[in-house]
Design a protein around this ligand. Sequence first.
Ligand SMILES: NC(=O)c1ccc[n+]([C@@H]2O[C@H](COP(=O)([O-])OP(=O)(O)OC[C@H]3O[C@@H](n4cnc5c(N)ncnc54)[C@H](OP(=O)(O)O)[C@@H]3O)[C@@H](O)[C@H]2O)c1
Length: 249
Amino acid sequence: MGDERFAVISGGGTGIGAATAQALAEDGFDVLIVGRREDVLARTAEKIGVQLGRPGAVTAAVADLADPEQVAALMVRIGDRPVDAVVNNAGGVLGGDTATLAGLADVWRVNLETNVLTAVLLTEALRPALRRPGGRVILFSSIAAQRGGGGPYSAAKAALHGWAYDLAAQLGPDGVTVNVVAPGYVADTEFFGDGMTAERHARLVTQTLVGRAGLPNDIAGAVRYLVSPGAGYVTGQVIGVNGGSVLGR
Ligand SMILES: NC(=O)c1ccc[n+]([C@@H]2O[C@H](COP(=O)([O-])OP(=O)(O)OC[C@H]3O[C@@H](n4cnc5c(N)ncnc54)[C@H](OP(=O)(O)O)[C@@H]3O)[C@@H](O)[C@H]2O)c1
C-alpha cells in the first residue's frame, strides 16, 4: 500500500458500484468495496485488478451496512488509513406484504435501513478518517426521490437530500464536500431483479431525452468527477444523471 488515494464504495460488487470501483481504480485510487455477498465482491475485485494489471487495486470487505456492529467491525479492518472518498452506493427497492400495519412497517423499515441507514452508519463511522481538506462524500439517490413513484423507496432516497445539506454544512469548513448523485434508469445492474420486461424497458427509455437506458459507467463518470480534485467547489448538490427524464431541480 503506497500513497494512493483511498475510496470506500458500498455495494461495490455489482452494477453502478462495480463500475465506480473500476473508474476510481483506473484513476489511481485504492478501492475497498463493501457488500453482504463475499463471492460477488471477490469476483469484482479480482476482475478489476486483472483488467488494470494492478492486483489489489480493489479489495473487498463483507458487511451488512445497516448493522451497527458490522460497521464497527469494518472500521477495525480499515484501521486509521485516511479516507479520500466515501461512495454510499448501496441501496435498492425492497417490497413485501403491506396488507397489515405490521407488514407496512416492515417494508418501510427495510427501505429506510437499506437506503438511508447504510449511508448514515458508513459515513458517520468514517467521518473522523475523512481527508481534510479534500475528502469527498457521495450519497446515492434516484429520480424516484424527485418525481415519486417508489413509495417508501422514494421517501428514503429523498431523506438523503436533507441529510446531505446538513453534512455539507458541517464538513465544508474542513474542505470536505458532500454531494448526492440521483440516477435515472440504469440497465445492467441487479436493481430490478427479475422485474424488468421489454415493455417496461421501452417505457423507461421513452421517458429520457436521449433515447437510451443509462449504463453503470454513466453514473460512475459523475462520481469520478465529484471525487476529483477539480470538484472541490461543488458541494451540497443533487446531481441528476438520468438522460433528461427529470429536468434539473
Ligand atoms: N439501477 C437503477 O436504475 C437505479 C436508479 C436510481 C438509483 N439507483 C441507485 O443506485 C445504487 C446502486 O444500485 P444498482 O443499480 O447498481 O443496483 P444493484 O446492482 O442491486 O446494487 C446494489 C448494491 O448494494 C448492495 N447492498 C444492498 N444492501 C446492502 C447492505 N445492507 N449492506 C451492504 N451492501 C448492500 C448490494 O450488495 P449485497 O446484496 O451483496 O449486499 C448491491 O451490490 C442504489 O442506491 C440504487 O438505489 C439505481
